[in-house]
Design a protein around this ligand. Sequence first.
Ligand code: ADP
Ligand code: MG
Length: 624
Amino acid sequence: MGRIALLPDEVASQVAAGEVVERPASVVKELVENSLDAGATRIEIAIARGGASLVRVVDNGFGMDRDDALLSLERHATSKIRTGNDLANIHTLGFRGEALPSIASVSRFRLATRPNDAIEGTEILVNGGKIDSVRACGEAPGTLVEAKHLFYNLPARRKFLRTENTEASHVQHQLMLQALGHPEVGFVLLRDQAVIFQLPPTRSLATRISDLRGDQIMKQVVEIEPTTVDGISIRGFLGKAGVSRPTRAEQIMFVNGRAVDNLTIQHALREGYHTALMKGQYPLVFLFLDLDPADVDVNVHPAKREVRFRNPDVIRQSLAETVRKTLDSDRGNWSRAFASPRSSPLLDVADFAPSPPVASSARAESVAPLVPLVEQFALRKDWHEFSQPQQKEDGLASPQIYRSETAIPVSHGSKTEAHSTRIPPDGRETPSSEFRLLGVLGKLYILMENEEGLVLVDQHAAHERILFERLRRETETAGVPCQRLLIPIVLRLPPKDHDWLLLNAPSLQKMGFSVEPFGESTLKIDGIPQFLRIEDPANTIRQLVDELRSLTSSTSRLRLGEDVIAKTVCRYAVKANDQLHAAEIGQLVKDLLACELPYCCPHGRPTMIQIGYSELEKKFGRKV
Ligand code: ADP
Ligand code: MG
């Protein structure tokens, strides 16, 4: 007798179920996807005991007639594709024809369904994959699917289920994804008969996000100006620069309406955020990509959580660019958020003098204790000297710790003027005129007040951001001055790296690296950026090549060397214990606000924190 036998259908389904049905949340996912594919506008989900004892999904979609209802429980039975070619053009969430039979094979299962125009519906009961009964029923048009006692016939699987709370939170996360992906559909979630959420249908993604996550979150995000680049439409919301999360849980992305995990997208986000994101943190995003289904392969994994792009580079490029633009566009909004409608300039660097705060009467009492701090400041007599663009070359030797232009010996002579024109000399046109300087805390935090309350600035982080942007600007325009090496470095590289480096020599030149061919596979480096204190230039170059080669897009080209700069500025920025004068502080704040991304340092840490009056009032028990 042969040793091979075909598995009975139920067993085959149970095997398949292992991949599709991992836990209650996956049952919910599959059933809700079916409801969405059926054109439902309202979906009600109920779970009991974390979903292990009950998952029920009821929709008002187009339902099934009796034949279809029976067929839907067969393996590989689907109404969504017909031929292999259709796989390349999928417009529905489902297509594998696996979910219903899989779920039915590992639970006590009930399907009750009725098409809109039918006079009666069909109810089918299935037990561990075997049909128990089929009969007519009087359900409302639409479909109800119920899976009870999940894995009751697979004790080994059941043991893997976690606590009720854990399973329920997976279900909730799953539904949050579905609900975000389909704001036009109303969702209700009941857990052990209690309403967890009830989301009315809406046209606006913003409304759906705040319905789900609370109003607060909308203050942390900025809307992407919807764009279509290379046939890829991009929309949604991105966390503002400096806003980040310790996990990926709120990095929510959809491709053609399907919530996915995708490395290309993750890389593009990182690239787009770049210095606006703290290392080791994740951006907060609600991202929607729509593209020709032929350009995405969703048939990668049974749970369809992964997708493959036909042209990942194009996706990465357009997305990174969109992220960058979106964050830049937010800069103006942010300044406005910090701006005060009061007309009196709170921090006017040109004639800054210690004076009592011009607090509005309503706020006076909570501000008063800070007055003495203001008096510690004296106006520097030589302010006007160093508020002018510096012409001196030996910038670092000067006694002032912070100067707008010459803290790093990079700019020379006329080049400085290009930058200084960015900041109006009297400071009145910049948002900084909306702040009042109060003092400095712990030789690090600059204390200011604005209309909304207290503003704290980390002087080191702020200076880093200023230096970073200046150097980057120079890299992109005139180029960073190059410092000739007395003894050039000769570098042997693998042929690929060698060619690449030569090809990119002009870009490297702008960064202050002077690179020349020096025989086969060998390069000579006879100049390095002046602002860099590189101990081991050969190693730095090698690292740089690795880093830059891993970037392919034109966006990345623009970012050439940003990391190098970011790492470097830290050493030059004013330190925590550097005591700054009032005027220096004024200039620092002004320069910071003139930055493109003033709210975080090049490592993504915040430069400023606002503590609003309402927060203070809460802390002091004036308000609950
Ligand atoms: P797939 O979704 O991959 O096609 P399923 O096993 O999830 O496979 O569903 C099988 C078929 O049953 C679907 O193709 C669809 O025609 C039908 N179906 C499932 N759920 C519903 C529903 N809620 N409303 C209408 N039809 C449904
Ligand atoms: Mg399905």
